[in-house]
Design a protein around this ligand. Sequence first.
Ligand code: PLP
Ligand code: SF4
Length: 459
Amino acid sequence: MTKRDRSSYRAIGRHHLATIPQLERLKHDQRLALEAVSAVFPFRVNQYVVDELIDWDDIPNDPIYQLTFPQAGMLSPADLQRMVECVRGRDRLQLAAEARKIQMRLNPHPAGQLELNVPEIDGRRLPGAQHKYRETLLFFPSQGQTCHAYCTYCFRWPQFVGIRNLKFAAAEMETLARYLGAHTEVTDVLFTGGDPLIMSTKVLRSYIEPLLAPEFVHVANIRIGTKSISFWPLRFISDPDADDLLRLFSEVRRRGRQLAVMAHVSHPRELKTPAAQEAIRRIRSAGAEIRCQSPLIRHINDDADTCANLWQSQVRLGAIPYYIFVERDTGPRHYFQVPLARALKIFSEAYSRVSGLARTVRGPTMSTTPGKVLVAGTTDIGGDRAFVLKVIQGRDPSWVNRIFFAKFDAQAAWLNDLEPFFPGREFFFAEPLRQMRRGLWAPPWAIDADLEQSAPALA
Ligand SMILES: *Cc1c(COP(=O)(O)O)cnc(C)c1O
Ligand code: SF4
């Protein structure tokens, strides 16, 4: 796998479908549908994904094809038909207008992401950051808001189709530094996107290096959320600044911090290629650790064999299984969603087959407004079936590790499909969340002293 270098990284988007000869295997109506659906959802692949990851003998069912190529089933039959007509009629303006209408119907900003998590310092908001959990600050560098390829199920699709205008100027790095200086409870800064490793090492370094200064010694862990091991492993091998990236990782370690690569790996095939394995080897040699996470997605990885295989492949390569998520309540979820009961069954079956080293994985996990909620199991209470749920990350740290119960519902696919098990009660976080939304309550770290009288900290 040395035949490619950075000059061969080329994003293949919807206007370049003709450059993928493998697509000639699609039937005419499948091809029209691909063009129609890719006008609504972001689409991007590259030669590595096309040549090394997709099994073209098995399209359209191939899991990596499902992961990267928009599927007809992602639209309702009525929407699909309208879009296909626009493609047939070559009506570009109409196509764009219909696409935007559909996009706006798809709940572009799930789980209170926009209004509840934006941190503030000295009366200024940090629009490129989220501080939802006490220990971890999420940071979205503006130059990292795209990826080497796009996942069809991505919940961040609004930022790729230009709905969200997320800008974080380099000058804002200074605001971030001030925020971190005032928030010594933050032990982790998690760079996310998009994929921060779309950035050159030089730009990434400009974000990470300042955090290594002694005044930020409380930031013990620098994490980078990325799908590059899967979508462009050459980022760690033969890109012109690949060696420099690994030097940056080593430097973080030398200065007493941990560098954790939070790898998004959806399917074991992503770890089969020599390039992916070499990438992992090099990252680990640089002293960084790799933790792997992914949602459980219908058509892609929703069976016990695939999950067990996924976690075992990770352990074999020296990576640590971390989270399995439930597909969020946004975008084309009807196509990808796995009901909680089924997700739990798949997860448990796979979990029971692997050794303890792979059981560091936690799931199925919902990333919801109150926090990360684990579907821990089902149980029988007085003859009625219940979901046992557990908060594993909470907007209020006192919620963490709390167990609560919901009525069993085989169709429920998200927290807001669930009803509290005990009649007449609410889930325990319902009232505090209402208070938070009204600005009557905020976790201690979200209260900016200067702002307390003027405006609710979490408005
Ligand atoms: C998942 C997540 C984190 C990181 O949580 P860990 O459990 O520490 O990995 C941080 N912030 C947000 C908003 C998250 O969703
Ligand atoms: S790698 Fe992550 S951010 Fe990028 S498209 Fe996939 S899910 Fe979305």
